[in-house]
Design a protein around this ligand. Structure first.
Ligand SMILES: [Zn+2]
Length: 220
């Protein structure tokens, strides 16, 4: 579809479904109102931490996974509210320190979902946010560089040790050539014990990535 037509289509959609603040629901073209931005400021972290003994070098995250952020992330994942990706990506992009760091990387890749699970949910929550962040920062985005090859249990229902076993060999690479010798940002919505991040970055390194760092919207 030509770009002009796409723009027009998006304008019409904005009139029928006006953009709303993801937190209070009031109409707001930025998907986030000033009042809510200030209200959740106490959960903002802007963290860039070097990680030892992992296949990834740094872990970056923007918010603590608590209260308002936790509530909205749960809605986003489990209550069919994909439009919250707009609000989360806006919050992520407001973080100058993290954005500056991201721009030193070549590619952003989201943690994939198992195909059947994604069909049921209708979207991959990591993909929706990562795609917007990559586009805005002008970083190459490869959605399908990793594939989830087995259906695992929901990580949040497991202990740290169980989480590690649960994700073991659950991912494989898809586009080995495209990531060879590249600096990669792996994106996921939440970081808890890091089991998923560790396993996915292991696969990316095995596929020839030069360096992997992990970006999550929030940290538990
Ligand atoms: Zn609001």
């Amino acid at each position: 579809m030509p770009q002009k037509l796409l723009d027009l289509f998006s304008k019409i959609l904005d009139i029928i479904f006006p953009p709303k603040c993801g937190f209070c629901g009031k109409i707001n073209k930025d998907y986030l109102c000033k009042k809510c931005e200030v209200k959740i400021k106490y959960l903002k972290r802007d963290s860039i931490k070097k990680v030892k003994n992992a296949f990834f070098k740094y872990h970056l995250y923007a918010y603590n996974y608590k209260n308002e952020i936790r509530e909205k992330m749960l809605n986003y994942k489990f209550h069919d509210e994909p439009e919250l990706a707009e609000t989360f990506s806006k919050l992520m992009l407001k973080n100058e320190k993290i954005c500056r760091f991201l721009k030193t990387y070549d590619i952003i890749i989201p943690v994939p979902m198992y195909r059947k699970k994604q069909i049921l949910r209708g979207y991959n929550q990591a993909d929706l946010i990562a795609k917007k962040v990559a586009k805005e920062l002008n970083i190459e985005y490869i959605k399908d560089a990793l594939i989830k090859t087995k259906q695992t249990k929901t990580q949040s229902s497991l202990s740290a040790k169980e989480r590690q076993n649960n994700v073991k060999d659950a991912y494989t690479y898809n586009t080995k050539q495209k990531i060879k010798d590249k600096k990669i940002i792996l994106f996921d919505d939440i970081y808890t014990t890091g089991s998923t991040a560790k396993e996915c970055s292991r696969i990316l390194k095995l596929s020839g990535a030069k360096e992997v760092s992990v970006l999550t919207f929030a940290k538990d």
